[in-house]
Design a binder for this molecule. Structure first.
Ligand code: CAA
Length: 267
């Protein structure tokens, strides 16, 4: 990644494309020759771009997507094949991907084609996971003599349950979009012909909500994976109460009572 002085220091990326349409930002992983294999450049650039959009109050949703043939076919095997245990432990390989789970702005991952290994794991970092009919999911690491290393054993298991997760992770087989939706891995399967358009529509819907409410909602759904039911319900209630300290709660309810559209202040 370099910066382009002629464009207000806007970063110029090597392995991703970025664009903004209204209040929706899109990050596209762009290493088509390597089926979007997730090397360290992709990781750094995706995180830099996503965190930049997360800090921008004009952005209400971030879409992370890939190409038609591959969202991402996994971590870059060629880049990591000669690594040693002390080296990857010292650099805490893949830890940084978890930063996507900390974004306040809703992250929508949109998968066409292969989402394998790290690709499936990055897709699972989304708040909403959208799949084209062409999507193929899998955790084939077992075929390389390793296991998933970006959260796959944990997030896939929480999404699809022990037995489907074990099946995928121990056999290394792929599953299609239909099976992924049936298993609870994806939010929706969308037609391949106008996938980008349908994804954008959903992203605009989310971006059009109050940002304080979307941030609170996604934090609370995530909490369901991290805490007990009793503690989660308690925290949800407190978060719910806290939203009554926001202008958007007053605006949303006043707009409803007066049969008009709310105008969110995002505070
Ligand atoms: N890493 C590096 N390069 C990759 C890659 C990966 N994960 N996946 C594909 N590529 C490269 C191929 O090496 C090939 O490059 P060359 O043209 O230079 O040979 C190019 O992308 C095109 O790939 P194929 O020719 O293999 O395409 P295909 O259509 O025949 O097969 C595929 C597609 C089934 C997805 C196959 O590429 C494949 O099996 N890829 C590897 C999938 C995998 O094992 N992913 C897990 C990686 S480990 C991991 O992710 C660890 C973790 O948990 C974080």
């Amino acid at each position: 990644m370099t910066t382009n002085p002629e464009a207000d220091n806007k970063p110029t990326y090597e392995a991703i494309l970025t664009s903004v349409d209204g209040d929706v930002a899109t990050i596209t992983i762009n290493r088509p020759k390597a089926l979007n294999a997730l090397n360290s450049t992709v990781m750094e650039e995706v995180i830099t771009a996503a965190e930049g959009y997360d800090r921008d109050p004009a952005i209400g949703a971030i879409v992370l997507t890939g190409g038609e043939k591959a969202f991402a076919a996994g971590a870059d095997i060629k880049q990591m094949k000669d690594e040693t245990y002390p080296e990857i432990a010292a650099k805490r390989m893949f830890l940084e991907w978890e930063r996507l789970a900390e974004l306040r702005t809703p992250l929508i991952t949109a998968v066409s084609g292969y989402a394998l290994g790290g690709g499936c794991e990055v897709a699972m970092l989304g708040d909403i996971l959208l799949a084209s009919e062409t999507a193929v999911f899998g955790q084939p690491e077992i075929n390389l003599g390793i296991i998933p290393g970006m959260g796959g054993t944990q997030r896939l298991t929480r999404a699809v349950g022990k037995y489907k997760a074990m099946d995928l992770i121990l056999t290394g087989r792929n599953m299609d979009a239909e099976e992924a939706e049936r298993s609870g891995l994806v939010s929706r399967v969308l037609p391949a012909e106008n996938f980008a358009e349908e994804v954008a529509k959903i992203a605009r819907t989310v971006a059009g909500k109050s940002q304080v409410a979307t941030a609170a909602a996604s934090a609370m759904v995530d909490a369901a994976y991290e805490t007990t039911l009793r503690q989660g319900v308690r925290t949800e209630r407190e978060t719910f109460w806290s939203l009554f300290a926001t202008q958007d709660q007053k605006e949303g309810m006043d707009a409803f009572a007066n049969k008009r559209k709310p105008e969110w202040q995002n505070r």
